[in-house]
Design a protein around this ligand. Structure first.
Ligand code: FAD
Length: 394
């Protein structure tokens, strides 16, 4: 575990109070840029390891971007190649997340998930997903016959499904609130409305500038974590000493959601087979029992979280394929999220990119790119991994 000789437990104080109290050299052991699920989990892991931690968040509150605009699904981990970070961190993260939520009274529901198909090629792909899941260590996966499927999901137009009983849903807002509480309970600071501007490093520490309501500020940090989600590449370009070619590009893939008025057709999640850049427009439920369909994949260069009404026909067709009995008039544009997709050399990476001090060539620096799905599920495991990468580096 990381042990900091400088750590002194103290009551929560804002970053300004810290800077004012240490006018010559305002300092923290670790500074995390971004208070989404990933940044909060990393800050929490570092705080639990005894470090004096601060989080810089440009928005007025944590979790205003991807972490509060997703399907809230706790994925089991059968989609991803076994040697990928997504597979490893999803399987570990799902276990950690269920345990954490049970301990903290956060609502989760193991409602299970069906990946459905209506054709022979699809059945081959379901077999491949089953094998992949077993190899990744996912338990309980089974193939479901047409009769069983129709009993479970009345009115569904599919012949075969892969059933994942370990998949569930989470109240992500309660989760983010508990993570913040853990950080503050350990004396950590979450500074909202504070936008990272620039960092450089001398032999020992980073000199980090940020701006907030009171103007531009500077703080020193022994460790720096870039967990800025959609803006991670932009943040990386403002850290001195990183070769431009080593910084992955982040492209944005918007996912619209349409809510379903009235009673959901079933109480399990229903997905088509995955597509190239997403898991396919699926039926998802939230912990209050409401249903929605989404997300689609629309490449964008703008942060706009309004659902696009023009996608109605696409949604109606996707829903009609497996749920022909659902009246499209029940679909209403709800909201959208945006996936940060990592590209390297112009090609999609298709995995999380987590660069530790070795990959960055900078002691004490960890950076995360392309933390798309299953990043919420994986977040506690991401925290664990990043804390390990920083162990002994400062
Ligand atoms: C449509 C959609 C559906 C998804 N569904 C699921 C799902 O069902 N299950 C699942 O496990 N995962 C899902 N995901 C993925 C999951 O939501 C993300 O992987 C996760 O939320 C990423 O968290 P993050 O902390 O990396 O990013 P974010 O939540 O975006 O946090 C990054 C933070 O950095 C801050 N920031 C940026 N720049 C700066 C700066 N200069 N200074 C200070 N702060 C800055 C931002 O304001 C933001 O708060 C989905 C994602 C999308 C888009």
């Amino acid at each position: 575990m990381i042990a900091s000789p400088r750590f002194k437990p103290h009551a929560h104080r804002g970053l300004h109070a810290r800077i004012a109290a240490m006018p010559d050299h305002p300092y923290v052991d670790a500074l995390v840029i971004g208070a989404g699920a990933a940044g909060l989990c990393i800050a929490r892991a570092l705080a639990l390891a005894g470090l004096d931690v601060a989080v810089l968040e440009s928005e007025r509150a944590p979790g205003q971007h991807t972490s509060s605009r997703n399907s809230e699904v706790i994925h089991a981990g059968f989609y991803y190649p076994s040697d990928s970070l997504k597979a490893q961190l999803c399987v570990r993260g799902s276990q950690l997340l269920y345990e954490y939520c049970a301990g903290r009274g956060i609502t989760t529901r193991r409602c299970g998930k069906l990946v459905v198909t209506d054709n022979a090629d699809g059945i081959d792909r379901l077999h491949a997903l089953l094998e992949q899941g077993i190899s990744n260590g996912v338990t309980g996966l089974t193939l479901v016959t047409t009769d069983q499927l129709r009993q479970q999901v009345p009115g569904i137009m599919a012949t075969t499904a892969l059933h994942s009983p370990a998949t569930g849903i989470i109240d992500s807002h309660a989760y983010l609130a508990c993570l913040q509480q853990d950080i503050r309970d350990r004396g950590g600071i979450i500074a909202c409305g504070a936008r990272f501007l620039h960092a450089d490093r001398d032999a020992h520490r980073f000199r980090v500038s940020f701006t907030d309501d009171e103007g531009d500020q500077v703080i020193m940090a022994a460790r720096l974590v870039n967990a800025a989600g959609l803006f991670a590449s932009e943040v990386a370009r403002n850290i001195d000493g990183l070769p431009a070619a080593a910084i992955p590009e982040t492209r944005w893939a918007k996912g619209n959601y349409f809510s379903l008025a009235g009673r959901p057709p079933c109480q399990t999640l229903v997905y088509p087979l995955p597509e190239r850049h997403g898991l396919g427009i699926h039926l998802t439920l939230d912990t209050t029992g409401s249903a929605r369909f989404g997300p689609d994949v629309v490449w964008t260069e703008r942060v706009d979280y309004r659902a696009d009404e023009h996608r109605r026909a696409v949604f109606a067709a996707a829903v009609a394929r497996y749920f022909p009995g659902i009246d499209p008039a029940r679909l209403q544009p709800a909201w959208a999220g945006i996936r940060p997709k990592a590209f390297q050399g112009g090609a999609p990476v298709n995995d999380f990119v987590i660069q530790g001090p070795t990959e960055n060539g900078v002691p004490g620096l960890v950076q995360l790119f392309g933390i798309e799905s299953p990043g919420l599920t994986a977040s506690l495991a991401i925290g664990e991994r990043c804390a390990a990468l920083l162990e002994g580096t400062a």
